[in-house]
Design a protein. Structure first.
Length: 620
């Protein structure tokens, strides 16, 4: 069925509910709880990190956007490609690091594609409509999460069944997808999310379908009027059962299919196609006892990527992840985790190749009522190719409380590692089975002040050292770089609500990479968002983003050499509004790049000009 017709017909359902009224609800403000930096539900004041938490309310205020667009406005995060055509490759840069130093978790399990050179995970596979919340912790975190957790861990929790025998939610939006110079305002971007879920007694379930179709824009910046469409659809099933107070079990499975046209390079149009399929199935189990629990999470994933072009290629891979750990709390002060993480990656090259990592780990958190806190631990990485490697972290903090307010001082010394990917060890182009893991060391220190529920501000300084980086030479292939490189910077975050109906968030990041050329990484980046509740049913926000100039690399086909180019700084203004028509129906609209500013995100490729979006959500 034509995807435009699907969205337009769905919008017509609004008339059924337009006359209903919303019931006012009073929400009690609770202390914020964070999980990702310790795996325990601890108050933010007891955490030695500045955890970024994206809750369900914030996700609902960003309907129609992608995961990469949402996290791209958080402090110190640059998702390169998120402002370009929907099929553009995405690369995440945090604290001067690269895509291979980013770890993504989905429902507590590491996800990565073993056929990727970076061993990373493609954020285009995710739909925001399937997500309940996101927590982001920056810095070296391999002690808890293993390989790849060098600059940031993006911990994603998907939706679960809610109370009631059956509930239906439907989100749909229609938007434009146009460049600065092609302001035709034709509908070209369609998002649809349908979820059926429920919870009764000891059983809960969720079934979801997520779809995106985007057209109207060429990936490469060329004079040819050729569009590069992008399509994604995903289905997911999730079931859980509480056998008794002490034992619960959940199983899930999902399938995602992406198809995208892509061009031949900077300023070069081509009729190329990309297809990516992801299959995932897994389980979660919990055995509870007095003072603790044993948790076992496991998942099997299979990836199939195909490039159809003058140089066709096909990549198939799979991986199995099991993370089993015991978590215990003693006297509400000492929290311990003892676990083992097993990862097996397989990829097809000239022959089937695989590696296995077996990582026992230990972590301990002391959260005293006198304000002294410490998070510390270690992990032994046992790799089937390079042997063993040890990482550790020490993260003390001190919190001085004054009624509902506090000031927190924190610091950390943490190490991490990035295991070489199967492509680097055994792939088609210059493999090296003797590669050692990359090593990262991060030192950070900062301060956070919170005043009631109205104000929170934090600032920190970080210094990150990299060694054994895996480089590539056309003659030599992959090798470990002997020289060390460093990155340093400052991150500032502000969350304020001076009055109940007004919210302000702002962040700024200064990032400086030494010893080499920092491609695609802005030295200065800032975001500001102001939200206002006009009525209990109407909300509007205005946001601003500034990116300083950056360096990019350009391959010149005439000289067969790459050179650096400077991309100019740019500023973007966006607006969003939603209105609750009834208790069950909400409509929303948004305008991105209000001033239609022209800018370049990736040299030789298009970026989005002014674009508009209309949509709705229905909950039954």
């Amino acid at each position: 069925m034509n995807k435009r017709i699907v969205s337009v017909c769905a919008l017509g359902l609004l008339s059924v509910y337009g006359i209903a009224q919303q019931k006012d609800k009073k929400v009690e403000q609770l202390d914020e709880v964070v999980v990702s930096d310790s795996r325990f539900e601890l108050k933010r004041e007891n955490s030695g990190k500045t955890v970024i938490k994206i809750d369900r309310e914030e996700i609902e205020k960003n309907q129609g956007k992608t995961v990469s667009e949402l996290i791209n406005v958080k402090a110190g995060i640059e998702v390169n490609g998120s402002r370009s055509n929907a099929g553009q490759d995405l690369n995440t840069y945090v604290r001067g690091g690269s895509n291979r130093q980013v770890l993504v978790l989905i429902d507590g399990v590491q996800v990565s594609d073993p056929s990727q050179i970076s061993n990373g995970y493609d954020l285009r596979l995710l739909s925001l409509g399937a997500i309940e919340s996101i927590e982001i912790i920056k810095g070296a975190a391999s002690t808890l999460y293993g390989s790849g957790a060098a600059t940031v861990v993006i911990n994603i929790t998907t939706k679960e069944g809610e109370e009631g025998a059956i509930a239906l939610s439907l989100n749909s939006s229609i938007g434009t997808n146009q460049t600065k110079d092609d302001q035709n305002y034709n509908p070209a971007d369609f998002h649809n999310d349908v979820t059926i879920n429920g919870k009764g007694g000891d059983f809960n379930y969720l079934l979801s379908f997520n779809q995106q179709y985007t057209d109207g824009m060429s990936a490469a910046d060329t004079e040819a009027d050729v569009k590069d469409p992008f399509s994604r659809y995903a289905i997911k099933a999730k079931f859980g059962y509480d056998f008794c107070d002490a034992f619960s079990l959940g199983i899930y499975g999902d399938y995602t299919d992406i198809e995208s046209a892509y061009d031949g390079g900077a300023n070069l149009d081509a009729d190329n196609w990309y297809n990516s399929k992801q299959y995932r199935t897994g389980l979660t189990s919990r055995i509870s006892y007095t003072g603790g629990a044993v948790i076992i999470n496991g998942a099997y994933s299979k990836y199939d990527r195909e490039f159809i072009s003058a140089f066709p290629s096909d990549f198939k891979s799979e991986n199995m992840v099991v993370d089993a750990y015991s978590k215990n709390t003693f006297a509400d002060v000492l929290h311990t985790i003892v676990g083992v993480n097993v990862v097996n990656d397989k990829t097809e090259f000239d022959s089937n190749e695989s590696v296995t990592r077996v990582d026992p780990y230990l972590n301990m958190v002391v959260a005293s009522d006198r304000g002294y806190n410490i998070n510390t631990g270690g992990r032994l990485n046992v790799h089937s190719e390079y042997g063993t490697h040890f990482t550790y972290n020490v993260n003390p903090s001190f919190t001085a409380k004054f009624d509902q307010n506090y000031i927190k001082f924190f610091g950390s010394y943490s190490t991490s590692f990035i295991a070489p990917s199967l492509s680097q060890l055994f792939g088609f182009y210059g493999p090296n089975p003797d590669l050692k893991p990359e090593e990262d060391k991060t030192i950070e220190g900062g301060i956070e002040f919170k005043y009631g529920q109205q104000f929170r501000v934090s600032a920190l300084y970080f210094n990150r050292e990299e060694k054994n980086l895996i480089g590539y030479d056309f003659n030599q292939g992959y090798y470990n770089v002997t020289d060390k490189t460093t990155a340093q910077g400052v991150e500032v975050e502000l969350v304020a609500s001076p009055v109940e109906v007004l919210s302000i968030t702002a962040n700024y990041a200064f990032t400086e990479r030494k010893d080499d050329v920092p491609f695609k990484i802005p030295k200065h980046k800032a975001n500001v968002s102001i939200g206002y509740d006009f009525t209990p049913r109407s909300y509007v926000s205005l946001s601003y983003q500034y990116n300083a100039d950056r360096l990019d690399s350009y391959f010149n086909p005439d000289t067969s050499q790459s050179s650096a180019v400077t991309l100019e700084a740019f500023s973007l203004f966006n607006a969003y509004v939603n209105h609750q028509l009834s208790e069950k129906v909400k409509v929303f609209a948004g305008v991105d790049n209000i001033l239609n500013e022209g800018y370049t995100e990736i040299f030789g490729y298009n970026t989005k000009g002014r674009n508009v979006r209309l949509g709705f959500s229905i909950t039954l």
